[in-house]
Design a protein around this ligand. Sequence first.
Ligand code: HEC
Length: 309
Amino acid sequence: MQLKDEIDFIELLKNPIRLFGLTYIYFLTVAGFLGAYYLWNMNDVSKNGTAPFIIKDSTQFIQDIPMQRGALIPPVNVVEVGTTSKALVDKGANLYKANCASCHGDNGMGDGPSGASMAVKPRNFHSAEGWKNGRKISNMYKTLQEGIVLNGMQSFNYLPAEDRFAIIHFVRTFAADYPLDSLSELMDLEKVYNLSKGSQLPPQIPVRLAMMKIEQESLGDSVYVAGVNKSITGSKQETLGGMLAGRLCVNSTKIAAALNSVNNKNVDEFIRIVSIDPVTLGFKSEVTRLSREEWNALFSYLSQISKKI
Ligand code: HEC
């Protein structure tokens, strides 16, 4: 029996299409090279074309309260000030120039110098498009009350209500098609803002600024305290007052604070305050047994020191 070769190569060459089955070796090799190429160039292959967007640490965003003038907002009759008049428009024109023109432009085109660099451009009052709160008097009153703070339109809640209405009437002269408010829309303003009662706006400063101020003030205090301290401990005690201070003053820091409140007041005030609780104020309790003459000496000595500082 004649054994046949497992692969008859001569047959195969005659019929090369059967070689097709061997092409997987070729594909395997190519895939291998591509894989290697990928590995060698891994650093470059998957580089981002655009810089990554880094989300800012939200704990860094501290929105402090804004500086605000305190103001007394006098009461108004909303129907009266909600109705335009020449007097209101004239008043509004001046107020507009002072408060709004820097951003909204002298002619209300939204082209004031301060607005040029703002991300959201100040409103052009001639155009009816794209208003956020709206163009009615009541809408604009809300805008002036609350501002659109994130976009740079500040709040004008410190302006008296009448001034705000005056400005609004002036702004509305920039175009002929400003919509009118219904009576009930005006009355809603009354309801929301209590315009007929008036209001008081407390002044406020940013917390950061307040902290700086407190620091500065206490710096002044500590310089003052150090001065009193030095004078009392360094006193030559030549005078009766100096001698008494040296003998009866225990804690000159506290005494400095006490003097601060007594300063410019008379000796009786000093005696009264110190006698109530001498120890807390930094004196020995013996101080209460001083004669009037000794009190006088002590007081004049201590207040001299505090005046020198
Ligand atoms: C510091 C610049 C600046 C000042 C000053 C300023 N504004 Fe604006 N105002 C803006 C910006 C910016 C916008 C646009 C805000 C937006 O569209 O989100 C705006 C928008 C408005 C709007 C449109 C609100 C809406 O419904 O879209 C009114 C009304 C307005 N301001 C009135 C005033 C008046 C009145 C004053 C003066 C009392 C004034 N602004 C002062 C910057 C300012």
